[in-house]
Design a protein. Structure first.
Length: 177
């Protein structure tokens, strides 16, 4: 069974290994912000990142809205981080236009097994518990796996847009009522 866990030193090495599987590609949903993987590999850097995540959850910092990050694990291998998922508690103008409430990423070796869909459904429950009535998710148009995840969770396409940062992308809403 897929679970969401708070980032912790106990799973630090597995989280790093999951990021390294991306081979330098963009770490969508991993909430690393301005931290480089090399910095996160060192205990002091990881501790700074954990503190940043704690503050981000409480009030939002560095111009970002309040948000919570979780690591995705499976009870079958609870010591292995399969990915990361991030819930923004509110939307600002940019997030409404092209970022959305939720970002996620699944390590390449764990893809194709429903991990992202299961994690997204769990985050939707948490968003509902926080009083969020509907969530926005965005995915690049050339990412059919992410599109399938969003649609499987109830996403309804609002529109397709284009930006310099994301190219062509799709915006989906999920009602939580």
């Amino acid at each position: 069974m897929i679970r969401l866990v708070e980032p912790s030193p106990a799973l630090h090495a597995s989280w790093l290994a999951s990021m390294q599987e991306f081979g330098g590609a963009v770490l969508h949903g991993y909430s690393t912000f301005r931290f480089e993987v090399e910095e996160l590999a060192v205990a002091a850097g990881f501790e700074r990142w954990l503190e940043r995540e704690r503050l981000q959850n409480e009030r939002g910092i560095d111009g970002f809205v309040p948000a919570t990050a979780w690591w995705i694990v499976d009870d079958a291998a609870p010591g292995t981080v399969l990915g990361s998922i991030h819930l923004r508690h509110e939307l600002n103008e940019w997030l409404l236009a092209e970022g959305g409430h939720i970002g996620y990423g699944v390590r390449p070796s764990a893809r194709g097994r429903g991990v992202a869909t299961a994690a997204l459904l769990l985050v939707l429950e948490r968003a509902r518990a926080m009083g969020i009535e509907r969530v926005l998710l965005c995915c690049e148009s050339d990412n059919p796996a992410s599109r399938a995840t969003i649609v499987a969770a109830g996403g309804v396409l609002e529109d397709v847009r284009e930006s310099a940062e994301h190219g062509r992308y799709e915006r989906y809403w999920i009602a939580l009522g």
